[in-house]
Design a protein around this ligand. Structure first.
Ligand SMILES: Nc1ncnc2c1ncn2[C@@H]1O[C@H](COP(=O)(O)OP(=O)(O)OP(=O)(O)O)[C@@H](O)[C@H]1O
Ligand SMILES: [Mg+2]
Length: 304
């Protein structure tokens, strides 16, 4: 993966106002290359609005969005040439086969060969069903076909608005797998929105959290970097009140002292507590899942 390069998407102070209502409020975001990047927020947060602006379906009131360095405002054709997207339900001809649908779209995109069509079919694992009529497809298959169509022209950026909607756990798992393959094999950067935390945690390298049109957080979820989960240490002590006063940055939770600390720092805190005459009964590492952090940020509103 080419993580050190320029971001594929740069959003700068993007606002959207309609009829005096601010739907998106100064959103600034970089989407790094090769990632599966999540856009997480409760219903009505502004995910679809942002995506519609990204793909040119809606004008930007203020600010700018650049895709591969090209502004969606000033160099629309160039910017959009790098994008494949499913925003609303993909339009498919239900009485044609999946393959015939792809052929049809390929004719409209210069440079898409039959070989590339097959490659796209393979990427989404539709080899066995591609010659069946679309009307016989399940929701998950229709979506795969939509993704195959969206990636035909090898876009640098694939944008999917709530792709897990309506999928069963197996379908979600398969979606995750082929999005990851796409990011890895073709270097496609994937931007995917959802209001479901658990799914974002499974799918994404990074998650940006949006609420009421504002960016409230960006979290890296690389497991190897150990991020995404904040490491905290809980101390069960004889005098929690005094312990909290003694340890900078400490707070009390359920009668325990909670400090953001790694192993080394925890040992130091333990020593400090003991020196102050406070008995330490239990030292425990606590990790807050992305879900906990998200609930904290959003006050637990509208989360499934
Ligand atoms: N054309 C419009 N005119 C006025 N308000 C709009 C318009 N489109 C969206 N909104 C409002 O903007 C806010 C954000 O809507 P948006 O559809 O972007 O949210 P979302 O995060 O995609 O939500 P969901 O999870 O339900 O899809 C909502 O309050 C919505 O009612
Ligand atoms: Mg939406």
């Amino acid at each position: 993966m080419e993580m050190t390069q320029e971001p594929v998407v740069r959003m700068r102070d993007v606002s959207k106002r309609i009829g005096g209502k601010t739907l998106i409020d100064r959103l600034t975001l970089d989407i790094p290359r090769g990632q599966v990047y999540g856009f997480l927020g409760p219903n009505g947060a502004g995910k679809t609005t942002t995506i519609r602006m990204m793909v040119g379906l809606m004008s930007i009131t203020e600010g700018d969005i650049q895709i591969e360095g090209a502004s969606i405002k000033d160099r629309f054709e160039e910017a959009i040439s790098h994008v494949g997207a499913i925003v609303e339900n993909p339009e498919m001809y239900k009485f044609l086969t999946g393959y015939q649908n792809l052929l049809h779209y390929a004719r409209m995109s210069p440079g898409v060969t039959k070989q590339r069509i097959w490659e796209a079919v393979e990427r989404v694992g539709m080899q066995n069903r591609i010659h069946d009529k679309v009307k016989t497809y399940s929701l998950g298959m229709r979506q795969r076909l939509g993704v195959a169509q969206a990636i035909l022209h090898r876009p640098k950026l694939l944008v999917l608005d709530e792709p897990t909607n309506g999928l069963d756990p197996q379908g979600i798992r398969e979606l995750r797998d082929y999005l990851r393959v796409l990011a890895r094999e073709e270097g496609t950067t994937v931007f995917v929105s959802s209001h479901l935390l658990s799914e974002m945690e499974l799918m994404c390298d990074t998650v940006a959290v949006i609420q009421q049109g504002r960016l409230v957080d960006v979290k890296s979820l690389h497991p190897e970097a150990g991020e995404g989960r904040e490491r905290e240490t809980a101390f069960e002590v004889s005098d929690p009140q005094r312990a909290a006063e003694l340890i900078a940055g400490g707070r009390l939770e359920d009668g325990r002292l909670i400090v953001s600390a790694d192993r080394q720092a925890a040992a130091g805190i333990n020593a400090k507590l003991v020196m102050a005459g406070i008995d330490v009964y239990v030292i425990q590492t606590v990790t807050r899942s992305l879900e906990d952090q998200f609930l904290e940020l959003t006050g637990g509103k509208d989360i499934e």
